[in-house]
Write a protein that binds this ligand. Structure first.
Ligand SMILES: Nc1ncnc2c1ncn2[C@@H]1O[C@H](COP(=O)(O)OP(=O)(O)OP(=O)(O)O)[C@@H](O)[C@H]1O
Ligand SMILES: Cc1cn([C@H]2C[C@H](O)[C@@H](COP(=O)(O)O)O2)c(=O)[nH]c1=O
Length: 211
């Protein structure tokens, strides 16, 4: 395993589809920049040329990767993102803000798809090595509410899953949070976006990510 030479902080944002991750990630980036931090933002699946190609495969409503294949493709995207973007940026002292990361795999593939959180964790321990996030903001909200926010436009392959699947995703996140209580900070994402952001900033300050 490569020695961890990180100088910057690694922040990930998690939650069910439509929880407000992208909205909050953008606010966090602006906030950190206003504090004089050098920041890069990215997302999973995606963030690299290969990752964006694989994203199309994973989210294509006509596509069919499920179960083990799906878990492995998400892990491949993660490996590429870490090697090409996240690790070099952290070593240069940038703060990295990532919209979804390993906890999505644990909740979606590990729990909701039924592969097993521990099996997905083993796979991802190999992919991530020592580059685990410093802090993860988990936006918790009833999927009946968050999916309702995604009105209009064509639903992707995961968004098209039944409400029961998304309820299992939420349940999965709660289990993952129990496994990593220090890293994962939960925020009630049913609140207005500005209040959600206020609470995120408080967590980032508590964690020493910003002064
Ligand atoms: N706290 C909030 N309350 C109500 N609506 C919100 C809130 N946060 C974001 N939204 C709105 O909900 C929609 C989805 O938000 P956003 O894209 O940030 O969610 P997401 O979690 O990134 O979604 P996805 O999982 O599909 O990528 C957007 O229209 C956004 O403006
Ligand atoms: C990283 C990751 C993502 N997913 C799922 C979760 C979402 O339904 C999509 C990504 O779409 P978004 O608009 O960017 O939220 O992919 C997953 O199942 N497993 C993962 O590891």
């Amino acid at each position: 395993m490569a020695r961890n030479l990180r100088k910057g902080k690694f922040i990930t944002i998690e939650g069910p589809d439509g929880a407000g991750k992208t909205t909050q990630a953008e606010k966090i980036v602006q906030y950190l920049k206003s504090k004089g931090k050098r920041v890069i933002s990215t997302r999973e699946p995606g963030g690299t040329a290969l990752g964006e190609q694989l994203r199309k495969v994973l989210l294509d409503p006509e596509g069919s990767p499920v179960s083990n294949a799906e878990a492995l493709i998400y892990a491949a995207c993660r490996a590429q993102l870490l090697e090409r973007m996240v690790i070099p940026a952290l070593r240069e002292g940038f703060t990295v803000v990532c919209d979804r990361f390993v906890d999505s795999s644990l909740a979606y593939q590990g729990w909701a798809r039924g592969i097993g959180i521990n099996r997905i964790l083993q796979l991802n321990k190999w992919v991530i090595g020592s580059y685990w996030p410093d802090i993860t903001i988990l936006l918790d909200v009833d999927p009946a509410v968050s999916l309702g926010r995604l009105v209009g436009g064509r639903k992707d392959r995961l968004e098209s899953e039944a409400l029961e699947f998304h309820q299992k995703v939420r349940e999965g996140y709660m289990k993952v949070r129990e496994m990593f209580p220090d890293r994962i900070r939960i925020i009630d994402a049913s609140q207005p976006a500005d209040e959600v952001f206020r609470q995120i900033v408080a967590e980032l300050e508590k964690a020493g990510v910003v002064e």
